[in-house]
Design a protein around this ligand. Structure first.
Ligand code: FES
Length: 246
């Protein structure tokens, strides 16, 4: 088969902000943007589905439905009309973690619009992380901070839920307040962490760190390769109670 023909078979048409490009069918939306000549200065962070910087909306011709996804994770499909929304102007409550309590009053004071939630489920349908956003909003409206924190744990703060919410609520900022409250006031405190912080403050590792700073690159690589590695914890041993890092 002539090379030209092979190339053609591998390309699909997509539309970036209305302009047509042909891009390899195996690319993610993010890579397709770059293939088409865009330089991603915003809307491109971790490239691994973690940072939430690459929220993208798209639509297929003839379809009423607005689709959403993370540009770094979603593979292009023929005739996608797409654009990125790397930043969404969401409301952000101001609060002092030392002075607030893990209650519904705290959530409502920071985000009064929380009570406008209609439970329409548009947020859940928009979430590229498959989080039950509507359910954590219900938990927030009940003042169940632990459930709010647990259900929103995988949120990458991409803002797509907020972009679609007909009640104009900023779900992901409410969720991070919930996780902060959970971490500070509800999760069991890790005593070993407090002990370790004290030891660091007293300079227990100072000499070791200075030694590392004076070590040349080859010796550092060797040290790294010979480091002690803790055995991985099996997934089934991990329960919500272990989320002390929330
Ligand atoms: S670039 Fe970080 S989630 Fe896509």
């Amino acid at each position: 088969m002539p090379t030209e023909e092979v190339k053609k078979e591998e390309l699909v048409p997509i539309f970036i902000m209305g302009k047509r490009y042909e891009v390899p069918s195996s690319l993610t939306i993010q890579k397709a943007f770059e293939y088409a000549g865009y330089q991603l200065i915003r809307g491109c962070g971790c490239r691994g589905g973690i940072c939430g910087a690459c929220g993208t909306v798209y639509r297929f011709p003839g379809s009423y439905k607005i689709e959403v996804g993370l540009a770094c994770q979603t593979v292009v499909q023929p005739n996608m009309y797409l654009t990125q929304i790397p930043f969404f102007p969401a409301t952000k409550g101001v609060y002092d973690m030392e002075k607030i309590k893990p209650t519904i009053e705290t959530l409502v004071k920071a985000y009064p619009e929380l009570l406008r939630c209609l439970q329409c489920n548009t947020c859940t349908k928009s979430c590229p992380m498959d989080i039950e956003v509507m359910d954590y909003m219900a938990a927030a409206m009940r003042g169940d901070v632990a459930r709010l924190a647990e259900l929103s744990f995988d949120c990458v703060m991409c803002g797509l839920c907020t972009a679609r919410c007909p009640a104009e609520i900023c779900q992901y900022n409410i969720a991070i307040l919930g996780r902060r409250l959970y971490g500070k006031y509800i999760a069991p405190q890790a005593d070993h962490l407090a002990a370790m912080v004290k030891a660091v403050e007293k300079g227990k590792y100072e000499q070791m760190l200075r030694g590392l700073m004076d070590t040349d690159e080859e010796a550092l690589k060797d040290l790294y390769n010979k480091r002690e590695i803790e055995p991985e914890q099996a997934d089934e041993d991990w329960t919500p109670k272990d989320k002390t890092h929330l």
